[in-house]
Design a protein. Structure first.
Length: 233
């Protein structure tokens, strides 16, 4: 039995298995690296924090507004109570009431602005929520396609592995060990075909004696340049 021929066939199957496994790894990486949903959720989180801050500001403005109004009422009541007769004191109170009224107006404007800001932010968060739903549906579709592809690949891989086991069973242990070592060293290519009396992998030409050996020997024969098992069909 020509070991080189069978190893070459085994290598073909191994290349298929490797290609399938690479794609499976790629699919797993695409799925695990997919941050679309996390990003959309993060945007909502940030928007919520901004809304909370706006609401807190509004509550503070309301409290301040109430306090200013109360102060105005109290001072006006005092002014009109008739109990304060000192003109300087009355003038000071009037001055304070005028200043408070300006602050009250400013506070009213700030509250209005805050309410408009809140409305804009709530609209924004609604849009972000809709966007999240769209993203979730897109991700579900794309991941389910990828999972479908992966399950097909796993089936194909299992078929190739069965084939590989059958092929490996018909090979000598020693040949298999050499093959396994070379396939690691030579980046997935342990067996090279001879094309035009040269090694297909590295291009090194064979001497007539080497060519003769490759064709006739039942022993494994190695490329003198790259060290791969040579196979002549
Ligand atoms: Zn070579």
């Amino acid at each position: 039995m020509n070991q080189a021929f069978h190893l070459y066939q085994l290598q073909k199957v191994d290349i298929q298995i490797n290609n399938i496994q690479s794609r499976i790894n790629e699919i797993d990486a695409i799925i695990s690296r997919d941050k679309r949903i996390a990003d959309a959720e993060e945007n909502i989180h940030i928007a919520r924090l901004a809304i909370d801050k706006t609401k807190k500001n509004l509550r503070e403005l309301e409290e301040t507004g109430k306090a200013i109004r109360l102060e105005i009422e109290t001072n006006e009541a005092a002014m009109y109570s008739g109990k304060i007769r000192n003109p300087k004191e009355l003038a000071d109170l009037q001055h304070k009431v005028n200043a408070d009224k300006k602050n009250r107006d400013k506070n009213d404007d700030a509250q209005l602005e805050g309410l408009m800001d809140l409305e804009i932010r709530e609209e924004e968060i609604k849009k972000l929520g809709e966007l999240l739903q769209r993203v979730q549906s897109e991700v579900a579709t794309s991941h389910s396609l990828l999972q479908g592809e992966k399950s097909q690949l796993l089936k194909q891989k299992a078929t190739f592995e069965t084939e590989r086991n059958a092929k490996a069973a018909s090979l000598q242990n020693e040949s298999l060990e050499i093959y396994s070592r070379l396939i690691k060293q030579k980046n997935g290519s342990a067996v090279a075909r001879v094309e035009d009396r040269a090694c297909e992998a590295c291009g090194a030409p064979l001497t007539p004696a080497e060519w003769q050996s490759v064709r006739s020997s039942s022993e494994l024969f190695f490329c003198s340049t790259c060290g791969r098992i040579l196979y002549a069909n």
